[in-house]
Structure formats: structure tokens, C-alpha cells
Design a protein around this ligand. Structure first.
Ligand SMILES: Nc1ncnc2c1ncn2[C@@H]1O[C@H](COP(=O)(O)OP(=O)(O)OP(=O)(O)O)[C@@H](O)[C@H]1O
Ligand SMILES: [Mg+2]
Length: 255
């Protein structure tokens, strides 16, 4: 089997907040066209790790390899964005009183002579949304009228319209959603992955992870305890790494 191309490799990433070692040893490979789930118990360091990749926090140590195998240093959200990494935050940061199309482009609207090219904007937003969801999301509707799942789709489609983006980071994208809405978001995540982007998703729902993830990395007490392929593992095995029952004893020295 051909070794798949990697967009980014993060190795041995560390981050402390004062005396709290939030992340002791975080590593991940992000592959194009794959969804990589990060799982682990509360406080395992998942969000901290994602924030380092997003540039929202600056690491204390570790190695970051970016495009063409070059070492990179992500120290701000701007750095991450310039490297092609998009982040969808939990609060989604949508503008309630703007249309779907405006939210897909927010701050990045196609313009000519300073004027927003509304028609082009709406067409491109519709194309982006169709790539990730089969659901009809009215392009002219106000975001305040959308359901939670539709909002997620709008947030995800931002990464699709921006052709400079190759990676999307998602921290618990289905956390606040019901069953139906989660289903739509999972569909959109698959759609995103199928555009060839690398998707990294933190989730507490192993059911959701087993639905959309290809790769699974388990964090426990700030360290990676397992890297698994979805097709070759089971929820029970993943749980055993989350709880530390697999290979028990090797994370006990830190308390
Ligand atoms: N800004 C901060 N200041 C101080 N401590 C922090 C900060 N951010 C995170 N921590 C601590 O670092 C540890 C890891 O937190 P993190 O949010 O990364 O965990 P998580 O795996 O995302 O957990 P959850 O599943 O609950 O979201 C926790 O003990 C947390 O309290
Ligand atoms: Mg978290």
C-alpha cells in the first residue's frame, strides 16, 4: 500500500498553563481526504492540542511540519490561516442578521470596484454548500432562521469557498445538536472530507467518530495513547485507551 500523502505532521507538542500541563505529548498526521478524530476524556488536552494547530495558543515545544515537508511555526491564528488551516469554533462565529451567502464569505466577499458581487457570491456559496450537504439551505435566508445543523453546514462551507484552505479543525461539532441535526453535520463532514480536505474533529461521541472518522487518535492525561484506523478497531478498544485500561500502568507516573 502506498504511504498516503500528509498535509501536516505535528509531533511531541507541549503546552502548560502555569503549573497545569494541559498537553504533554501531542502528535497527529493530517492527511488530505481523511477525517481524523481526536478522542479522550474531559481534560485530556484535546482542545489545547487543536488550539496549537489553530494558532490560538503558542506551544511550549514540539515539531510542526507543513506543506512540502517544511518545518513551520504556528504562533497566531494568522499563521494557521496562511498555511491553509481553517478553524470552525464551537460558537461558529456567524453573523445572525446576515444571509447564508454573506456568512459563507464573511469578510471575504467577491468584490468589483469595492462593491460586493452579490450574484457571484450567491452562486459560489450555493456550490460550496452543495458540495457538503444534500440539504437545501436557502442561500438568501438569514442565519438567525437556520437550525443548528444548518448553521454548522454554513460554517463548514466557509472552508470550501476559500480555495487556500486544505485543513479544517472542528472542536466537538455535534456537541449541542440533536440526533437529526447531528446526522446532517456528520454528512457535511463527510462531504468536506470528500472534497479532499484534511478534517480534524474532536468528539466525545464514539458513535459519531465511528461514522465519519478514518483515523483515530486517543489522548489521555495530555498524551497520545493510541493511533488507530477506524476500519481496524472497535469502540471497546478505543474506550480502553481513553480510560487507560489498555496498557495500564504506563501513564501512572504523572499525578
Ligand atoms: N487557558 C487555560 N488555563 C489554565 N488551564 C487550562 C487552560 N486551558 C486548558 N486548561 C487545562 O488543561 C487541561 C486540558 O484541557 P483541554 O481543554 O485541552 O481538555 P479537553 O480534552 O479538550 O477536555 P474536554 O473534553 O472537557 O473539552 C485541563 O486540565 C484544563 O483545565
Ligand atoms: Mg475540549
Amino acid at each position: 500500500m502506498k504511504i498516503p500523502e500528509v498535509l501536516f505532521s505535528f509531533r511531541n507538542m507541549r503546552k502548560s498553563f502555569g503549573s497545569v500541563e494541559a498537553l504533554r505529548d501531542g502528535s497527529i498526521d493530517i492527511r488530505p481526504g481523511y477525517c481524523h478524530a481526536i478522542v479522550g476524556d474531559n481534560g485530556a488536552g484535546k482542545s489545547t492540542f487543536l488550539k496549537l494547530i489553530a494558532g490560538a495558543e503558542v506551544p511550549d515545544g514540539g515539531t510542526e511540519i507543513g506543506p512540502n515537508g517544511q518545518e513551520v511555526r504556528i504562533t497566531s491564528p494568522q499563521d494557521a490561516m496562511e498555511l491553509g488551516i481553517a478553524t470552525v469554533y464551537q460558537n461558529l462565529a456567524l453573523a445572525e442578521n446576515r444571509s447564508v451567502a454573506e456568512n459563507v464569505f464573511l469578510g471575504n466577499e467577491p468584490r468589483r470596484f469595492g462593491m460586493i458581487r452579490r450574484r457571484e457570491m450567491e452562486e459560489r456559496a450555493a456550490v460550496a454548500l452543495r458540495k457538503i450537504t444534500t440539504r437545501d439551505i436557502p442561500i438568501g435566508a438569514l442565519v438567525s432562521n437556520l437550525s443548528g445543523g444548518q448553521r454548522q453546514a454554513v460554517a463548514l462551507s466557509r472552508a470550501v469557498v476559500d480555495e487556500t484552505k486544505t485543513v479544517v479543525l472542528l472542536d466537538e461539532p455535534t456537541a449541542a445538536l440533536g440526533i437529526q441535526e447531528s446526522r446532517h453535520v456528520l454528512d457535511a463532514i463527510r462531504g468536506l472530507r470528500d472534497t479532499g480536505m484534511g478534517v480534524v474533529m474532536i468528539s466525545h461521541s464514539l458513535a459519531h467518530v465511528f461514522e465519519v472518522a478514518d483515523d483515530i487518535t486517543v489522548f489521555r492525561a495530555g498524551r497520545v495513547t493510541a493511533f488507530l484506523q477506524r476500519a481496524e478497531t472497535t469502540p471497546d478498544e478505543v474506550v480502553s485507551y481513553i480510560t487507560g485500561l489498555a496498557g495500564a500502568g504506563d501513564t501512572e507516573e504523572d499525578s
